[in-house]
Design a protein around this ligand. Structure first.
Ligand SMILES: NC(=O)c1ccc[n+]([C@@H]2O[C@H](COP(=O)([O-])OP(=O)(O)OC[C@H]3O[C@@H](n4cnc5c(N)ncnc54)[C@H](O)[C@@H]3O)[C@@H](O)[C@H]2O)c1
Length: 468
């Protein structure tokens, strides 16, 4: 089996070569004009899109989409008029000419043939229904993580993408973040500056939050809620806490970072043990564990076993969210918010000159801290401790909102006329950073944590589990 890292690096290399060779771009499906009812599509590279689900994340994606030239939002769908109308108004203010729908089936029936792609940002439990229907209608899909709260449903998404040969990008946006790409592809994999990474740590700690509620005047009526599978507004607004609709905090928050563990180690985990519980919030309206601590094991090819510890807390914000990759020669500290992690830490036993060379090569920014500490005679190091060597900042920044590069990565693949096959595990010529098969691997790893909590033991993964 080709592992995630090997395949992706190979593909990226292929693309670079193709670009240099001046490979031609296939054109996106349609080039609609004013006569078709769409006013703004002025170039073959412009894309007409729809967004299904414009809650908090749909709004975040919307705010990135309006910054991307040539993307025209033509249709929005949401069962809740409050969110639907707010986003429609916002987009119209940015010049987008769009129609709104309560039911995605009406959207596809009315607009499907005029669209080039759909962005899905509904709750996890309807991702498969929405993404599959769009792909069946011939449309490439950007679907938010988690691919689904049910592996069976996630499987149908991979199967549909494969059968229809449509692009399916999953919203693990760190995979397109230039800081992560530099840190993981370049520093970890290409330059190997951390040596063998034996351990990883990640956390997402969040303060106590009350459940979401709205004034009765804004609530959806009972009949509409029931039509779409919700018993009440609490379920619609707080779907993450319910087993029917989501996977709980470990899936909601942890999946972003557990996904990165796989990227770094270049292989899926072989086992996971976990402990957690619903210990703080009201069990009458919360199903899922509000805290989970888990340990994954990885058999890293040619290197041996590495372990990754992860925790998600919803009762303390201590430390926020970040990831650490600890190697024999140094540690990578990284977080989606750079103030939480954006540097490399040299092990004291590694010659400083070696890292100064990395700085000269532009791999890292030079740290001033180690020289200062090393030259200060008064620094007393406890015999049980190792001299700290300071942070060498990652020299790649990002000025765009966190989700924009991942959306751009998807839209560019649509513009190039890429398909599922090119982006499959052994595909050639695809450029998606998180195609369906990677999203599926991450779903397998993450959903197993909840099983391990329930089983109160270490669970092994069968390598075949990761493939559809
Ligand atoms: N990538 C990220 O960083 C990130 C961050 C947050 C959320 N997410 C993901 O985005 C998705 C949405 O999360 P959210 O925080 O926006 O939730 P949300 O509850 O704020 O929004 C969900 C929206 O979907 C609508 N909806 C529910 N069922 C629907 C249906 N059947 N048809 C149409 N609309 C429906 C709701 O009315 C609501 O407006 C989830 O999958 C979540 O995991 C990703």
């Amino acid at each position: 089996m080709t592992n995630s890292m090997g395949t992706k690096l190979g593909r990226r290399q292929f693309l670079k070569t193709a670009a240099v060779a001046g490979a031609g771009m296939a054109l996106a499906k349609s080039a609609l004009t004013a006569e078709d009812g769409f006013k703004f599509k002025t170039s073959e590279d412009d894309l007409n899109i729809a967004i299904i689900g414009v809650g908090k994340e749909g709004q975040v994606l919307r705010d990135s989409i309006v910054r991307i030239p040539g993307i025209h939002v033509r249709a929005l769908c949401d069962i809740w008029p409050y969110n639907l109308n707010a986003s429609a108004g916002n987009l119209r203010a940015f010049g987008h000419d769009l129609n709104t729908y309560e039911d995605y089936r009406d959207l596809l029936a009315q607009e499907g043939s005029k669209l080039d792609a759909v962005v899905v940002a509904t709750p996890d439990w309807v991702h498969a229904e929405h993404a599959n229907a769009c792909m069946e209608a011939g449309l490439p899909v950007y679907c938010e993580k988690e691919m689904s709260n049910s592996l069976k449903e996630a499987q149908t998404m991979v199967e549909t993408a494969r059968r229809t040969n449509k692009l399916l990008q999953i919203g693990h946006q760190r995979r397109s973040n230039p800081r992560y790409l530099h840190a993981i592809d370049t520093l970890v994999h290409d330059a190997g500056i951390f040596g063998r990474i034996t351990h990883a740590y990640g956390q997402w700690n969040r303060a106590v939050q009350p459940d979401i509620s709205v004034a009765d005047s804004l609530a959806l009526d009972a009949a509409t809620l029931s039509k779409y599978g919700y018993e009440n507004m609490h379920q619609l607004l707080n779907w993450r806490w319910y087993k029917k609709f989501g996977g709980g905090p470990i899936v909601d928050l942890g999946s972003h970072q557990i996904d990165i563990f796989t990227w770094v180690f270049g292989i899926n985990p072989k086992s996971v043990c976990a402990s957690g519980g619903l210990d703080y919030y009201d069990p009458s309206c919360h199903d899922w564990y509000d805290n989970v601590l888990c340990i994954f094991e990885y058999d890293v090819p040619n290197l041996g076993t590495s372990r990754a510890m992860y925790q998600v807390l919803t009762t303390s914000s201590n430390g926020g969210f970040y990831e650490k990759f600890m190697g024999e020669e140094g540690t990578l500290n990284i977080a989606e918010v750079p103030t939480r992690g954006n540097g490399a830490e040299r092990e004291a036993r590694v010659e400083e000159g070696k890292w100064l060379k990395y700085a000269t090569q532009g791999l890292l920014k030079r740290s001033v801290t180690p020289i200062q500490i090393n030259k200060t005679k008064n620094v007393q190091v406890d015999v049980r401790d190792t001299l700290p060597t300071g942070q060498w900042p990652i020299p790649v920044g990002m000025t765009k909102p966190a989700h924009q590069p991942h959306l751009e990565n998807f839209f560019n693949a649509v513009r190039k006329g890429e398909d599922y096959k090119m982006n499959d595990i052994d595909g050639k010529g695809g450029s998606l950073n998180c195609p369906a098969w990677i999203g599926y691997e991450t779903a397998v790893a993450v959903l197993k944590v909840n099983e391990a909590v329930a089983a109160r033991k270490t669970l092994d993964f069968d390598p075949h589990e990761f493939h559809v």
